[in-house]
Design a protein around this ligand. Structure first.
Ligand code: ADP
Length: 168
């Protein structure tokens, strides 16, 4: 069973095999965690994303990490929150599921997730964190994974994730 950890800080500095990016469908880079990952990885990351072309919401693709210490970036596209009746929960779970599947296919031992969709995309934090932890846990006993980190950028998110990880 892989260890689930909650960390507060910048995902780009983590020493893990793979970090997950909360990307957009165009894989064009952007603000938030996406911008931070592209800045830290260098311009080759954007070239690799352009070569892939795009990624539908709920799905995931993998690239090298380039200048990051992480060997891989798994780019997944979270749903934009539209009130909760537009399949957002299923799409968000699908992001975590597809990211974990790709991690296992690439023999990744350690992976870090940001809190997908809870920034600019507006998904309510508590609801998103429950989906994140539940979905990842379903996969935590499979294959190569030893360490799974939920990387929270602020104390509020850290506390929310921590409580869910501990209470489940
Ligand atoms: P989305 O468009 O999927 O909502 P955002 O990047 O706007 O993506 O936000 C997703 C989450 O990532 C938010 O909780 C935000 O605080 C967090 N975040 C922003 N920058 C970083 C970073 N450098 N490392 C980890 N998390 C980050």
């Amino acid at each position: 069973m892989a260890n689930l950890e909650v960390f507060e800080g910048d995902i780009t500095g983590l020493q893990v095999d793979g970090i997950v990016n909360a990307a957009n469908e165009a894989l064009a880079g952007g603000g938030g965690v996406d911008g931070a990952i592209h800045r830290a990885a260098g311009p080759e990351l954007l070239n690799a994303c352009r070569a892939i072309g795009g990624c539908p919401t709920g799905e995931a693709v993998i690239t090298p990490g380039f200048k990051l210490s992480a060997r891989y970036v798994i780019h997944t596209v979270g749903p934009i929150w539209r009130g909760g009746q537009s399949g957002e929960a299923e799409l968000l779970a699908s992001c975590y599921r597809n990211s974990m599947r790709i991690a296992l296919e690439n023999q990744i031992h350690s992976i870090a997730f940001p809190s997908i969709s809870t920034g600019v995309y507006g998904y309510p934090l508590e609801a998103a964190a429950v989906i994140a932890v539940d979905t990842v846990r379903e996969w935590a006993e499979e294959g190569s994974l030893e360490k799974i980190i939920f990387c929270c950028y602020d104390t509020r998110a850290f506390n929310v994730y921590k409580e869910i990880v501990v209470s489940q």
